[in-house]
Ligand binder design. Structure first.
Ligand SMILES: Cc1ncc(COP(=O)(O)O)c(C=O)c1O
Length: 497
């Protein structure tokens, strides 16, 4: 008995030990953040090189002092990570993480609420509920809509997809599964839609052929005429359309579909209207951009990623739904071993009934705190600046004789290197594609600037997505120089003789 009371387990830390290690870590992190500008974006090390740094030790049998572990591990991570917090990180769609998010994650992990059930996380559940409401207000949809924080864009979209299916498919689906349906369920999205739709089709038993990839028009927006026609053809052929996905910032080039028109088509055919705004929808907070997002109030569900354009550290996505009952209808179950609903006076919000996860961490805290740290106005400024910097990159590329500016939407610019014409020589398209692809591969290794790629009208492009509150005008100017220098060097090596 006394032994139990006096227990000091191997994993426990004394107050002094925790304080010391914590201070040491916070000091190291503040130095890291303060000097991130001076480091390369990536060391470009290969997996083998990283493996050598890590060593090949077998499973530790004895313990090691925490201070030693924290010191070694922070050095390991600072020196060998790709730094998406670097001002010249423009790859894919991952933001510089807000420092308050790092503090929030430490606090959240220290309390460790299980935000699956209200009884296990009374304050955290209320904070998540408020965060969801604020996110709805942020983008300008009704704060009465409900939702849940999830790990990211894929999960936010998949969570909504299943709610759409439960709501629009015949009721028998829940009991008897897809095999019992007399009409095949099909859904619609533009060709520019992120690959999560394929995951949804495969994982949830529809198969890839259930996806109707609607072509895009000249602006890369979903072609609404083709959408309507395809739905009508499907109905004639005995299919059961249930969902249309609109993009609010497509993954490659940031195009926002004509959401209002998609909403109207959904209304005519009683289809669920989902918006994938994982990347772009936070731009709806900017008054001048409101019009671009017209129609978002009509959506049955919206995916939005705080870990993209709200600068939350990974992971934080969010599914918003106009009617949260659709989430409950999809995800709720009441096993006897859950004593979660005993307060009959007040309805209880249990997040396990809103999504796929059961035990859930406190993701909302970092989003909730950042929204308070800077407020809506702070975000209007930061998102607006990201867009302005992306436009600057586009304009600089347009003016440069060896660059071709291809697209600019929201904060995504695509461009490519086109060597100067020599005696009127025009470069072959396949050569330009190879040249730009090789440029991207080398740039991604060398760590001066980190870009990703897009293929636009069969042109292989370099793509910069600025969701980075640390990027400045100077970073854009220097990036242009780095790209052109890389293009010239590689062209000298590769040009057809
Ligand atoms: C439009 C869009 N949807 C979904 C996703 C997937 O998001 P995540 O990587 O957070 O799962 C992305 C990722 O870039 C995206 O741009």
């Amino acid at each position: 008995m006394t032994k139990i009371n006096q227990r000091f387990s191997a994993i426990e830390m004394s107050k002094d030990e925790f304080k010391k290690a914590g201070h040491q870590l916070v000091d190291a992190i503040s130095d890291f953040m303060d000097t991130i500008y001076e480091k390369p974006v990536t060391t470009g090390e290969t997996p083998n090189q990283i493996q050598k740094v890590l060593g090949n030790a077998s499973l530790p049998v004895q313990g090691t002092k925490v201070s030693e572990l924290i010191s070694k591990t922070s050095d390991l991570l600072f020196d060998h990570s790709l730094l998406n917090g670097h001002p010249k990180f423009f790859g894919y769609i991952t933001s510089s993480p807000a420092p308050i998010g790092a503090l929030a994650d430490l606090l959240a992990a220290s309390i460790n609420p299980n935000v699956g059930a209200n009884i296990l996380s009374p304050v955290a559940t209320a904070i998540e509920k408020q965060t969801v409401k604020w996110l709805a207000e942020f983008i300008g949809v009704s704060p009465s809509c409900g939702g849940i924080l999830v790990s990211g864009g894929n999960m936010a979209n998949l969570t909504a997809f299943l709610a759409a299916r439960t709501t629009k498919a015949p009721e028998s689906l829940k009991e008897n599964g897809l095999a019992s349906l007399t009409a095949e369920l099909v859904f619609y999205c533009s060709k520019a839609t992120h690959t999560w739709v394929e995951k949804a089709a495969v994982l949830f038993g529809h198969g890839l052929n259930a996806i109707r990839w609607i072509p895009t028009d000249a602006d890369n927006k979903m072609n609404i005429g083709v959408l309507s026609q395809t739905i009508e053809d499907d109905l004639k052929n005995g299919k059961k359309p249930f969902l249309v996905v609109g993009n609010a910032g497509d993954v490659s080039t940031g195009v926002v579909d004509n959401l209002n028109a998609i909403a109207a088509v959904c209304k005519v055919h009683d289809l669920w209207f989902h918006i994938d705004g994982a990347y772009g929808i936070p731009a709806a907070v900017i008054p001048q951009y409101k019009n671009l997002f017209k129609g978002i109030q009509e959506a049955d569900s919206i995916a939005l990623d705080p870990h993209k354009w709200l600068y939350a550290p990974l992971e934080a996505g969010c599914t918003l739904v106009k009617n949260p009952q659709h989430l409950i209808d999809t995800y709720s179950s009441h096993p006897v071993y859950y004593n979660f609903n005993h307060n009959i006076e007040e309805p209880t919000l249990n997040y396990y009934e809103y999504g796929l996860q059961n035990s859930r961490g406190f993701r909302a805290l970092k989003v909730w705190l950042a929204l308070q740290q800077v407020g809506k106005n702070g975000y209007i400024e930061m998102i607006g600046e990201d867009i302005a910097l992306s436009q600057l990159l586009f304009e600089k590329a347009k003016k440069h004789s060896e660059l071709e500016a291809i697209t600019q939407n929201l904060s995504i610019t695509t461009l490519r290197y086109v060597p100067a014409n020599v005696q009127g020589k025009k470069w072959d398209e396949s050569y330009l594609n190879t040249l730009n692809e090789k440029m991207l591969n080398e740039l991604q290794q060398e760590g001066e600037v980190f870009l990703s790629n897009a293929v636009v009208a069969e042109k292989y492009c370099l793509r910069a997505c600025i969701v980075n509150y640390r990027t400045s005008k100077q970073d854009i100017e220097e990036s242009i120089d780095i790209i052109v220098k890389k293009g010239r060097t590689l062209h000298e090596k590769l040009k057809p003789k």
